[in-house]
Design a protein around this ligand. Sequence first.
Ligand SMILES: [Zn+2]
Ligand SMILES: [Zn+2]
Length: 154
Amino acid sequence: MKHQVNSRLNDIVSKIKKMGYSLTPQRLEIIKIVSESKSHPSAVDVYDKLRKAYPMISLNTVYKNLSLLSSIHEVKEIRTLQNSVHYDGDISLHGHAICEKCGRIIDVKIDESDFKGFFDAKIKENFKENYYINNYGLEFYGLCGLCYKETASD
Ligand SMILES: [Zn+2]
Ligand SMILES: [Zn+2]
């Protein structure tokens, strides 16, 4: 597990350098936080963690770095219905089940070979052309067990 996280960090860092972006200590720290996180943090969550080491950093800098990482497909943006954006450093193929009430985000593991093959075929069938997938979004919206129970007892 530890090895996976480190290699993920190295992958992002080398991509950032290759694309000509500078690697400031703050940027490196943001990449570290996001690549190690399993909890789909918001920008504010990342900012709160970062401020301990970099008290002068602005929330705007955090947003800019997260959208850079998202634009190079190294972080996935997940929108909950409360209109807040969360960030996922785990870019392996998986979906999310999002609770519309409490905003909890649950990872949904998917068999990569089945899923990608299925969508490749479906896109081709509908689009009648080749299509090359760079990124994907697979979100399910509903109620988590806890919120469902609360709603049922209201
Ligand atoms: Zn919930
Ligand atoms: Zn996830």
